[in-house]
Ligand binder design. Structure first.
Ligand SMILES: [Zn+2]
Ligand SMILES: [Zn+2]
Length: 517
């Protein structure tokens, strides 16, 4: 549908921006082509809706063409044009390009900063997003509610609880708490960094809640080993009239599996399909397999997978493998490992799991076979590392890491820790040696696994009244899990360990995960 012949720039600008606002993005771009075909030149009002349309159409070439055109036309100096460009690149997950435009801008306003920040946060460039937030403060620009929500998601993504708290304070000061997106981001940030009480406090104070709010809390409780409470929250959610979605059910099933609630898990899985018409995805299957695997129902888990019409990913088969490891079912474990390798031949996890299973069974020939297989296929493990945040600074440790300025002190603390927990009855379990093997394949002692170094540092640097929060990129090894539980007991500390799978809240020698992970 063309504009009448003789339509001028003003008419085109109005039509283009009307189409963009109505979500008719291809039509907006088509009008622009028609306008240029008629010899009309774009001005600073033409371009922002077009940039937005190209971003929302996920069309990077269109955005690049518009970018070139606006440079040639000398329109880049208009603040709202440059802002639209930063925003378009950010929405297209091109944080580098967004940054380059941002850096060239002679003038910036809160929209510029926010576009860049939220783009970086969405692209998972959390440290960069946080730097932009700090840069914003340094430039004397108050964040808006979108920037606050964006930086909170980066705090959650990179587990920076202390910064998250300071953003929370800023949000209070700026009067942003009534914004649903800010409340949701706060609940989610606190839940993801293991600060459940704070997540709950924010949640309780919120005047309005949506599916995202409830789901953040449900997932938070589930991941922090509070499965039953997570299910109670779900009951309240349904009672409040809020409709659960795909993610809500991941949280629920995770809760059921970690609390060992087999029947409830089966019921929620059915309800998801029949009551809410949500087709189960790989994440739901992974939770179900985990649930059944914990309960030793490995065959039922296998059946469920065989009957599934969903395309399953490696996570699902790794969950089955985890169950096989615990229940020492080598035959099914080998089958599950094959399935993982079919999807991702370079995945190191099955080798670690199989090797662990066989060493528990004292089948050393099979242990050697698995290691040789791993070597011959050239598979290398992602090196394990752990970190602990103290006063807003992250302290990162690798296995046998001596790079920390306080290394000598930390190693003395590890020795002391080991001595005290051995006196308390801890016996090392060397079946886990491969878990944190150094990248060169050489076996290292269990005593200097990264999580232990991080805990030792936590004992030295975190005030006695505060919990020690340790994060690990991989799953915690079984031996460290046992050791750290005991450390929590003999030192009378609360230790919260977030690994690749869930939170372990350790206190008085027990862990919230129930020792299955
Ligand atoms: Zn370990
Ligand atoms: Zn645990």
């Amino acid at each position: 549908m063309a504009l009448p012949a003789g339509a001028g720039l003003v008419a085109y600008n109005a039509a283009i921006s009307r189409c963009a606002r109505a979500g008719l993005y291809p039509r907006a771009l088509a009008l622009f082509r028609e306008m240029r075909g008629r010899g009309l030149r774009a001005d600073e009002y033409t371009l922002p809706p077009l940039l937005n349309s190209s971003a929302l159409l996920r069309a990077p070439p269109a955005a690049a063409t518009l970018h070139a055109l606006l440079l040639r036309a000398g329109l880049a100096s208009h603040l709202h044009v440059a802002n639209a460009l930063v925003d378009a690149y950010a929405k297209l997950s091109r944080p580098g390009a967004a940054r380059a435009v941002f850096d060239e801008m002679p003038r910036r306003d809160v929209v510029t900063w926010t576009s860049l920040l939220t783009g970086l946060a969405r692209a998972g460039a959390h440290d960069a997003a946080v730097r932009v937030y700090r840069g914003m403060a340094a430039a004397g620009v108050d964040p808006d509610e979108f920037a606050v929500a964006g930086v909170l998601s980066s705090c959650a993504g990179s587990t920076m609880l202390e910064l998250g708290r300071s953003v929370h304070a800023a949000a209070v000061r700026l009067g942003f708490l009534p914004f649903l997106s800010v409340g949701n981001s706060l609940v989610s940030m606190y839940a993801k960094t293991g600060a459940l009480r704070d997540a709950r406090t924010v949640f309780d104070a919120m005047r309005a809640r949506c599916t995202i709010t409830w789901t953040a809390l449900i997932v938070g409780y589930a991941q922090n080993g509070r499965g039953r409470q997570s299910l109670e929250i779900y009951t309240d959610m349904v009672r409040s009239g809020c409709r659960p979605d795909y993610v809500t059910f991941i949280g629920l099933l995770f809760a059921c599996s970690h609390a060992g609630l087999v029947d409830a898990g089966r019921a929620h899985f059915r309800s998801m399909v029949t009551d809410y018409g949500i087709a189960p995805g790989p994440d739901h299957y992974a939770c179900m397999v985990d649930l059944l695997g914990r309960a030793g129902r490995l065959e039922e888990a296998m059946d469920l997978l065989n009957r599934s019409s969903t395309e399953l990913d490696a996570t699902v088969w790794k969950a089955l493998l985890g169950g096989c490891r615990v229940h020492r079912n080598a035959e099914l474990a080998e089958r599950a490992a094959e399935m993982v390798w079919r999807l991702d031949p370079a995945d190191a996890v099955p080798y670690v799991m199989l090797s662990n299973l066989y060493s528990r069974e004292r089948r050393w020939g099979d242990v050697a076979r698995i290691r040789a297989l791993m070597k011959s296929r050239g598979v290398t493990k992602e090196p394990g590392c752990s970190w602990v945040g103290v006063n807003g600074v992250m302290h990162l440790f690798h296995v046998e890491d001596r790079g920390h300025p306080r290394a000598a002190e930390i190693y003395r603390k590890v020795e002391e820790m080991m001595e005290r927990i051995r006196a308390g009855g801890y016996v090392p379990d060397t079946d886990w040696a491969l878990q944190d093997e150094a990248p060169d394949g050489r076996e290292r002692g269990l005593a200097y696994h990264s999580e232990r170094l991080a805990v030792a540092f936590g004992l030295l640097a975190v005030p006695a009244a505060a919990p020690i929060r340790v994060f690990k990129n991989l799953r915690v090894c079984g031996d460290c899990h046992a050791a750290i539980k005991m450390v929590a007991k003999v030192y009378g500390r609360e230790i919260i360990l977030r690994d690749a799978n869930c939170f372990h809240h350790m206190k008085d020698g027990a862990c919230s995960c129930g020792d299955y992970w």
